[in-house]
Design a protein around this ligand. Sequence first.
Ligand code: SF4
Ligand code: SF4
Length: 153
Amino acid sequence: MPKHIVSGLKYLTAVELIREGLSQKEVAKILEMDRSTVSHYLNGRNLSWNSIEVAEIITKFCPKDFLTLTYALLNDSEKTRVIVKTCSKKSYKASVEESCIGCGLCVDTCLLNAIVLDDLKARIDSDWCNGCNMCRDVCPTDSIKILEVNNGY
Ligand code: SF4
Ligand code: SF4
């Protein structure tokens, strides 16, 4: 079943990326799939509707559960980033306050690789943040703020 769920998540991502204007070739490259497989997906072949329904339910989980489950299924940071950010319906603004001590705990915690240490201060790329709040939970100085900025749709 996990493979079917992954296929469902890739299907949802492919549909969204095509809707955003990417070509099938570009989608295939991003998802590391054959172009023919992407084409089959988009035509509803090689995929059960049950897999798509389960994947749709997963994308509606809270941000943390959606992210951790997707990462557990894929065990691949880059594909997790693309799938989670493409299928997420919300956007976030993440910021780090001056109280940051540069311990790096948040960097190690972020499954979307959205945080880097820059001159011993954490810096978050909001474009890749899905609002899971796991970085905020591990920060010993309470320096991270995550705000939902709009619903995207
Ligand atoms: S909330 Fe923090 S851990 Fe979660 S995706 Fe955003 S930056 Fe990464
Ligand atoms: S966990 Fe907190 S204190 Fe540590 S680097 Fe991240 S923001 Fe800074």
